[in-house]
Ligand binder design. Structure first.
Ligand code: SF4
Length: 741
């Protein structure tokens, strides 16, 4: 309520600010189905203008709109805040990689299988900080929803944008989703006049580089257990799980089982037991073909008497209300509900760690056996610790495969040869017996996905329900902070700020707060999921009279910096090499090497006046565009992050919060310099004359007096970023600009 009241206040305090009430859908899907005009119209000084729709969003899956011919990408919340306050977004001109698609998807392969294939290929190619544009005759065989699925996973293949040009399918989709005939005409005319309209006869555009895929070679796939780019052909999934198991286990034998009793059922949990099976995430819930595929599979399974295994927590979270409309219309909503896939809401659920607790006997069984439990979800990210604290192996799969794994109840199955269960007469039922044909899916879509559903559902999209409309809303130009709120608090970024910024200074005598490995995600740095019962954030909430049952999630409490800074680096799977053998937000305070939480150590260093740094490996800050992954470290007192390389948005977020991102020289890292992280670090060369990409010297002094020097590159890339850094961060920069103007 406190968060919603804050947003409602904003609606009154700012011009040109629309608010879509909660429970309408997932932002990207609502943009795709309703908000995006593709071409904007404007009138200025008596003249009419048409110009392309563009968008930057504070969620990394914003490129989903690229499927509709709109250029858009994810930016950090910090950058977006500045854009909202009138600052330009400045970037280096990217290379554009052409991805040629030809042929047609074979029967049995879904858009999810295609996107997992695309992610794997583009990760291999290396498209970080590049734009990808899809072209070729294969585009004509892909529905707009399929294209949006591919655009959506841009961050997973590392690109800024995964663009599909405007063509007949774009116009058909605008019509299906109930956009005005006038607008559709404008989009067609504008794209054609500008030479941007694609047909199969269009000559291939010129690109910086290209790659290609024959769609007919795509096979049913899943991806996991930790990264979206680790695609596994479904034929190999059983073997792949067995191979991955040793790296996921902490103790005991691979054959370990734990007996569990629950609601009259007795069963055994083992490594690979699927405990979460979720049709979730905008990636797939915007795509009727895979949702209808899941519904048909559920219907056939129920007809054969199959049900998910009792230990599987099942859920359905569509990305918009239109989805429930067409699932109801086709009778498939009840089919999904019959086998446990009940509607849990319209929004970000399991894909962001919001699946809620597992049934206690299941959670206890997993803990008792230290089992590697699995989740199967139709999401886009499966990083460690993101989905659920009790789950170690996370697999991405199409919605029909999500249902299939719920029926099988284990990753240790070969879905081509092992039965999913037995029918009422005891005969084995295989996946192929209940897998819907493309004809069945297309026929159901043709009958049940209709334009009037989009028109009806979105005609009242901004209205909200009674609770929304009756909520007391603060008025006025300035928000009145409630000092008692544990959800929305005034953050301290501007405390003690001068009108004139100081000059950048070298960092002297810094200690390492966390020494991290490769692929540390923003989920590791600032988890969005549940708040650990015994951690610093829980202590703060308890001290503020919040009961453990009301802790809620970090994502819900991100309006309160007190919670978020205590949750920084608090991911239960974070491994800090300064405290080997531990997991979670643990470090050692130096030089005494006393083990404590990262938050407590940071507070102690602040008292001692010691600046902090974080050191990491490759792809530091990969994952969600989470601004708290930069805000939290800033509030902990981190002045620099040194890594082998950075994810694009995270690097920019760090600068936005006044933290300097530094990269090791190619092939170098802390180990190659024979350093442990227990040294004291000086970072020399930061000063008034700091230049873009300047080489800086790092001096590491060990306790025994040994001094090691090495060079790093300052990854401040643009003059605008340099301005932000000089001001101590983008927020300070924008505020000073407002004061000047
Ligand atoms: S959390 Fe899930 S549903 Fe929400 S935007 Fe991300 S992927 Fe989409």
């Amino acid at each position: 309520m406190e968060r919603y009241a804050f947003l409602r206040w904003g609606q009154g305090a700012f011009d040109n600010f629309r608010l879509i009430p909660p429970d309408t859908g997932i932002c990207h899907q609502v943009n795709l189905e309703y908000l995006a005009p593709v071409v904007f119209r404007a009138k200025k000084d008596g003249a009419h203008f048409a110009y392309p729709d563009t968008v930057v969003g504070t969620d990394s899956h914003t490129p989903m709109i690229n499927g509709l011919g709109v250029v858009g990408w994810g930016v950090g919340g910090i950058e977006a805040e500045a854009a909202l306050l009138g600052q330009p977004i400045i970037m280096l001109i990217p290379e554009v990689i052409g991805f040629k698609l030809y042929g047609k998807l074979p029967a049995g392969a879904t858009a999810t299988d295609l996107v997992l294939t695309v992610v794997q290929m583009l990760r291999k190619k290396g498209v970080v900080e590049k734009f990808v544009e899809f072209y070729g005759t294969g585009l004509s065989s892909l529905s707009l929803a399929d294209r949006a699925t591919i655009g959506n996973m841009g961050p997973e293949y590392g690109a800024t944008v995964g663009y599909f040009p405007i063509d007949d399918e774009t116009l058909r989709y605008l019509d299906l989703t109930g956009r005005d005939a006038d607008l559709i005409q404008l989009v067609e005319r504008y794209a054609k006049e500008q030479g941007m309209f694609r047909t199969d006869q269009s000559p291939d555009p010129m690109f910086s580089d290209t790659l290609e895929l024959d769609l007919s070679t795509v096979v049913p796939s899943i991806a996991g257990p930790r990264r979206p780019q680790d695609r596994i052909a479904l034929t190999e999934s059983k073997n792949a799980f067995k191979e991955a198991l040793p790296s996921l286990m902490r103790s005991g034998s691979a054959e370990k089982t734990v007996p569990v009793q629950m609601n009259g059922d007795r069963f055994e949990l083992k490594h690979g037991s699927v405990v979460i099976s979720a049709i979730t995430s905008c990636t797939n819930t915007s795509n009727p073909s895979v949702l209808i595929g899941a519904g048909l599979l559920a219907k056939k399974a129920a007809e054969k008497g199959l049900k998910p295994k009792p230990w599987v927590k099942t859920s359905l979270a569509p990305g918009s209300r239109v989805v429930t409309e067409y699932l109801k219309d086709s009778g498939l909503l009840s089919a999904l509900e019959n086998i446990g896939f009940h509607l849990v809401g319209y929004g970000c659920t399991t894909c962001i760690g919001n699946s809620g607790p597992l049934p206690e006997p299941v959670a206890n069984g997993i803990q008792a056996g230290d089992l590697v439990a699995a989740a199967v979800l139709s999401g886009n990210r499966n990083f460690e610790g993101r989905i659920h604290a009790n789950v170690r192996a996370n697999y991405l799969a199409s919605p029909p495969l999500v249902v299939a794994y719920a029926l099988a109840g284990s990753m240790d199955v070969d879905l081509y040869h092992d039965p999913l269960g037995r029918d009422s007469e005891g005969n084995p039922v295989y996946l192929k017996d209940i897998w819907p044909s493309p004809e069945e899916i297309n026929e159901t879509m043709r009958k049940s996905v209709r334009s009037e559903m989009f028109k009806r559902e979105y005609s009242h999209a901004t209205e909200g329900d009674d609770r929304w409309n009756k909520m007391p809303v603060p008025q006025g130009e300035l928000f009145k902070w409630d000092m008692q709120s544990t959800y929305v608090r005034q953050a301290p970024y501007f405390e003690g700020m001068n009108k004139i910024p100081g000059e950048p200074k070298p960092i002297h005598g810094a200690r390492v707060l966390a020494l991290l490995g490769d692929s540390v995600t923003t989920d590791h740095i600032s988890p969005a999921g549940s708040i650990e019962k015994n951690g610093p954030a829980a202590r703060y909430l308890t001290n503020n009279d919040v009961l453990p049952k009301d802790y809620n999630q970090y994502g819900a409490r991100r309006g309160n910096h007190e919670v978020m800074m205590r949750g920084t680096f608090a991911n239960i799977r974070l491994k800090n090499f300064l405290a080997p053998g531990t997991e979670g937000g643990v470090t050692v305070h130096l030089p005494d090497k006393k083990q404590m939480s990262i938050y407590d150590a940071a507070m102690q260093y602040q008292k001692e006046g010691i600046p902090l740094i974080v050191i990491a490996g490759k792809e530091y800050g990969t994952g969600s565009s989470r601004d708290w992954a930069a805000k939290g470290p800033r509030l902990l007192g981190i002045k620099a992050a040194v890594a082998e390389n950075f994810e694009r948005i995270h690097r920019s977020n760090l600068i936005g919060m006044g933290i300097v991102p530094l990269i090791f020289k190619p092939g170098e890292n802390l180990k190659t310099h024979n350093l442990t992280g227990f040294e004291t670090f000086d970072i020399l060369g930061i000063g008034p004359g700091l230049k873009l990409h300047q080489e800086l010297t790092v001096k590491a002094s060990a306790d025994d007096g040994k001094v090691t020097e090495f060079k790093v590159i300052c990854r401040i890339d643009t003059p605008a970023e340099m301005d932000y850094y000089r001001h101590g961060g983008i927020l300070e920069y924008v505020l000073r600009q407002l004061l000047v103007n």
